[in-house]
Design a protein around this ligand. Structure first.
Ligand code: OOB
Length: 560
């Protein structure tokens, strides 16, 4: 148990004290650090295997020691409890050990996605006032060390760059350190003195984002531990579980629903893969006897197609395939078990908290046709109409939620909080859902201005802001176009100054120059005389979504 008082970070929105008291009294919040749950496993089964990353295999003791090395290194660099560091790493044992190292001393990782580039990383560092940034040396054709230096030059609080892989060849303006060396630091810190309290901030997750750039979601040790514990119970994770981490680990789903952290809490083994490519993933499931994996629908589809063609999966180890992040078509859901031999678990969750899951012993009808129900009895759900009045079961409405792992506000975003949360602290996720009489939810649509590209969330507003920087674009509207693989892709409607020609490449050039993550680049540009608007003068996104759907259908017809 921690021996110090909770640390405050300015700009964190707490739960009201009476609600917090209730969550403690009910046992949802246990007043413990995330690390303490893993420590139990380290003590009870130190030699059990915790993590597999390529040829590196770490036992619980081995992982714990690496985490301590990282923690000591952070302290040696002058990084203190409650300081934030932007963490961007590929799926690797270093990601897990560093995250645990942070959790043990109360340093707060800001969970950047691997696809993020200068634009996003600068924003995350500035908003969180990060003191350090952790990156891989390179990713595909990008030198992330250069990116990190650019971020540090832009954000004065960033004093240190930690690099996974090779350090820069020459000297750098902001000092660089090697993660490989950091892990070998001999720990001398007093665990008890540094151990966070339940109330301390554990990490910042990123919002899917409907506004310009991602908002930061504050997750405390208490609330995140509860999130993990409930997900472990529903997904039935035990010390015998072997978890495949193939989605980017910094995302809430593979991190904690129940994901890598859940598996560590339970004493199971996690197998990390750099990507979810079907050939490698299915081979790894066989060779490591994986029992549970987490994917988005697009990946589930690619695994099913691959398995049908190549029969890579020969064993029957895979018991559960969790699918979520975007809406899984019912037809795809029906194919999971027959082809992959695993029970499907649909997961409708959000980094903001609430996690819904189908149960492993639900009827096939529920598993195939719904996105499940809350993982905790303490999750409050309300489905409301446009006036905010509750609707009957079976009627679509906007989802509102509150609960012991759904924070009451984003970090340092009072204006946005006033819109995203009701005065009573309900979070409006922007999803349109139908609640069935059996309590299961069906995600029926969305009233937030976001494009869900195979689980990767793109804010329409962010893209429109870039479009306005293109010479000749007068009005711009980013909308989702249907896609058989990813569910949705990004299509940009623009109207242009008479006489000017604008092409997709012009928009892409502006976005690349700004250093924007590639998944946000629009994939189609449609020039119209006038962007359709509603009676009250707002962009008529529905009209444009209908229009692009009709155009794509006509194209297909034409190709036939
Ligand atoms: C997960 O988290 P985020 O924060 O990237 O995105 C949340 C949003 C939801 O509000 C919803 O719009 C969409 O993603 N979503 C789904 C879905 N799961 C998420 N839409 C339809 N069907 C689903 N099954 O995406 C996330 C976090 C934890 C666990 C699972 C997913």
């Amino acid at each position: 148990m921690s021996t110090r008082a909770a640390l405050t970070i300015d700009g964190v929105v707490p739960w009201p004290e009476d609600v917090a008291e209730h969550y403690r009294a009910a046992g949802y919040w246990q007043g413990r650090s995330l690390g303490s749950y893993v420590a139990e496993r380290v003590h009870s089964a130190p030699d059990a295997e915790a993590l597999v990353d390529g040829s590196t295999r770490l036992t619980y003791r081995g992982l714990w020691d690496k985490a301590a090395g990282f923690a000591q290194n952070l302290l040696d660099l002058g990084i203190e409890p409650a300081d934030r560091i932007v963490l961007q790493l590929p799926n690797s044992w270093e990601f897990v050990a560093l995250t645990l190292g942070c959790f043990r001393i109360g340093v707060v990782p800001v969970m950047a996605l691997p696809a993020h580039r200068r634009h996003e990383l600068t924003h995350l560092a500035a908003l969180s006032e990060a003191v350090a940034i952790v990156v891989a040396d390179t990713d595909k054709d990008t030198d992330l060390r250069t990116t990190a230096q650019e971020v540090a030059a832009e954000v004065p609080t960033v004093k240190t760059v930690l690099v996974h892989g090779e350090l820069s060849a020459g000297s750098t303006a902001t000092p660089e350190h090697s993660l490989a060396e950091a892990a070998e630091t001999v720990p001398t810190f007093d665990e008890k003195e540094y151990e966070p309290t339940g109330e301390d901030v554990a990490c910042f997750l990123l919002s899917g984002g409907t506004t310009g750039l991602p908002k930061l979601i504050v997750r405390t040790h208490d609330d995140y531990a509860y999130n993990i514990i409930r997900c472990n119970a529903v997904t039935e994770i035990t010390s015998d579980s072997v978890y495949l981490g193939a989605l980017p680990s910094s995302h809430n789903f593979p991190l904690a629903c129940p994901g890598i952290l859940g598996t560590l809490f339970a004493g199971g083994r996690t197998v990390m893969l750099p990507s979810a490519r079907p050939d490698r993933a299915l081979a790894a499931i066989d060779s490591e006897a994986v029992t549970v994996a987490t994917v988005v629908p697009a990946v589930a589809q690619s695994w099913i197609e691959h398995q049908r063609e190549h029969h890579t999966l020969t064993g029957s180890s895979l018991k559960v395939l969790q699918v979520g992040g975007s809406r899984m078509p019912d037809e795809l859901a029906a194919r999971v078990e027959p082809v992959l031999g695993a029970r499907l678990q649909q997961v409708f969750g959000m980094a903001e908290g609430l996690i819904n899951m189908t149960r492993l012993d639900d009827d096939l009808e529920v598993i195939t046709n719904t996105q499940g129900r809350p993982v905790s009895e303490a999750d409050e759900i309300s489905v409301v109409d446009e006036q905010g009045e509750p609707v009957e079961d079976g009627v679509p409405g906007a989802l509102l939620t509150r609960g012991p792992y759904t924070p009451r506000g984003y970090f340092r975003a009072p204006e946005h909080n006033a819109r995203a949360f009701t005065p009573d602290g309900w979070y409006g996720s922007g999803d349109i859902v139908v609640r069935r009489p059996d309590g299961n939810l069906i995600v029926a649509g969305r009233d937030k201005d976001m494009i869900n590209r195979g689980g990767e969330k793109i804010s329409a507003e962010e893209i429109e802001n870039f479009a306005y920087q293109v010479d000749g674009i007068e009005m711009a509207a980013a909308v989702a176009m249907p896609d058989p693989k990813l569910g949705e892709r990004l299509c940009l409607y623009v109207s242009v100054t008479p006489g000017k020609g604008v092409e997709l490449d012009d928009v892409i050039r502006v976005m690349n120059a700004a250093g924007v993550a590639r998944f946000k680049l629009p994939e189609k540009l449609i020039v119209v005389d006038a962007i359709p608007t509603t009676k009250v003068g707002k962009l008529d996104k529905k009209a444009m979504r209908d229009d692009i759907r009709a155009r794509l259908a006509a194209d297909q017809e034409g190709n036939r």
